[in-house]
Design a protein around this ligand. Structure first.
Ligand code: UDP
Length: 414
């Protein structure tokens, strides 16, 4: 099992010197105990990231735990509204909503004890107010994965009272830093190349997976893989595909899942059902090998998001050397340089044009795909993210300060 080799397995990808550097940084903080807190074990990029990162950190000898807060359906309905409003949507921020939010987090605080930890990392808005229920013995960092470029003002003012109690905030990309007195760092997310979602797959295996789900392989595949969420613009993808299909023949596959902390998913999924046709396939399956197979076999992977914290699905498709068309939103332009390793689009029409162009031009797909693999190898592998966490821990190791951070920039851009 390659996975169990931990950081050693990254040698062919990042070189022996980088692996040794990461190991020695880990050795300097292996007496520290870290805990991550978020709101779902499954569905979405954060769960994906924590699942791989916490294992790799433990393999590096750093005790790293992961806790998931619990909540009632009304709590998750409120936090999803907050998530939407942080990304620029509207919200009616009533006292009742605030009370439910804070009360559920308080109950979670009563159940969760952070006594012998040396660093607590709290992810996203759902568990954010946890901090106010503890006598702090170690640094607390808020890791925000959502697009914070234009948050709903009243909501941000409300949440800021919690955010400003943290020792630092980490955001996913340039443009998400806010008006805070505490330091703000930028950690791009990253993928685990040894996860079953990303490992090599043979052509036969890929075909087998697709056939298992009745996905036709006789025409080029256009694929979007995303939580069923309006910000991922699945309807825009269907529209763009229909326009492209006026000139090229292809099959569209929209594969999605519904995170346990996202009560809107089911509605978005159901609303897409009417779009289904022989060549428009909409699936909700929990199968990482199917994700892998689709991202590998696709002629074009689309991620036509309107808002996007980072977009790990973009990274995953790029790693497989597949041409990606991404919405010019949030973290996607941090990964795609238009025309070099993929395409960025601003509208349904542009998306349709790029789909057509790519389906008709295999050498273009190959050129973009090769550049995309290099982009991910250099920037978006889990080893880099682990090193940033080790640097963060190192900076907190002896005292409560962020001095000495090497790979993170404070209040920095890309
Ligand atoms: N994903 C999946 N199955 C699906 C849809 C999504 O496994 O049907 C995974 C996808 O491969 C990626 C993650 O969920 O690893 C989504 O992360 P991303 O950052 O793209 O979006 P988020 O859901 O966090 O907004």
């Amino acid at each position: 099992m390659t996975r169990m080799k931990g950081i050693e397995a990254f040698k062919p990808l990042i070189g022996a010197e980088s692996v040794e550097r990461i190991k020695s940084k880990a050795a300097m903080v292996d007496d520290m105990h870290v805990v991550h807190v978020n709101s779902t074990f499954y569905g979405g990029g954060v769960a994906e990231l924590l699942s791989s990162l916490t294992i790799l950190m433990n393999q590096l000898g750093v005790r790293t735990g992961w806790r998931v807060i619990q909540g009632s359906p009304d709590f998750f309905s409120i936090t999803k509204k907050m998530h939407n409003a942080l990304q620029g949507g509207g919200i009616r921020l009533t006292q009742l909503k605030k009370d439910i939010y804070e009360r559920v987090v308080e109950k979670n605080a009563m159940r969760n004890h952070f006594q012998d930890h040396d660093l607590v990392m709290v992810h996203d808005p759902q568990p954010l107010p946890l901090i106010q229920h503890y006598r702090r013995r170690c640094p607390w960092v808020w890791r925000c994965h959502v697009d914070l470029s234009e948050p709903h003002e009243e909501l941000w003012d409300y949440l800021k009272q919690f955010v400003s109690q943290y020792d630092a905030t980490i955001v996913s990309t340039r443009g998400y830093t806010r008006d805070l007195d505490s330091p703000q760092l930028r950690f791009h997310p990253a993928l685990d190349p040894f996860d079953s979602k990303n490992v090599e797959m043979g052509e036969k295996e890929i075909t087998g997976r697709l056939e298992h789900y009745g996905i036709p392989t006789d025409r080029p595949l256009v694929v979007q893989i995303s939580r069923f969420d309006k910000w991922k613009d699945p309807e825009g993808v269907v529209e763009a595909f229909k326009k492209a299909r006026e000139e090229v023949d292809a099959t569209l596959v929209l594969l999605g899942n519904i995170a346990t902390d996202d009560p809107e998913g089911e509605r978005v999924y159901q609303s897409l059902m009417d779009c289904r046709e022989e060549r428009i396939i909409i699936l909700s399956k929990q199968d990482t090998s199917l994700v892998n197979a689709l991202q590998r076999r696709a002629a074009v992977v689309v991620q036509k998001s309107i808002r996007e914290g980072f977009g790990l699905t973009v990274t995953e498709a790029m790693w497989k050397g597949t041409a990606v068309v991404g919405g010019r939103a949030g973290g996607i332009p941090s990964q795609i340089t238009d025309g070099e390793n993929g395409f960025l689009v601003d509208s349904v029409d542009e998306c349709a044009e790029r789909i057509k162009q790519l389906i008709g031009d295999e050498s273009l797909r190959q050129r973009l795909g090769e550049a995309a693999i290099e982009t991910v190898r250099e920037n978006f592998l889990l080893s880099r993210l682990a090193e940033q966490h080790l640097d963060l821990m190192g900076s907190f190791h002896s005292e409560f300060t962020l001095e000495g951070m090497s790979t993170c920039r404070v209040n920095g851009g890309d």
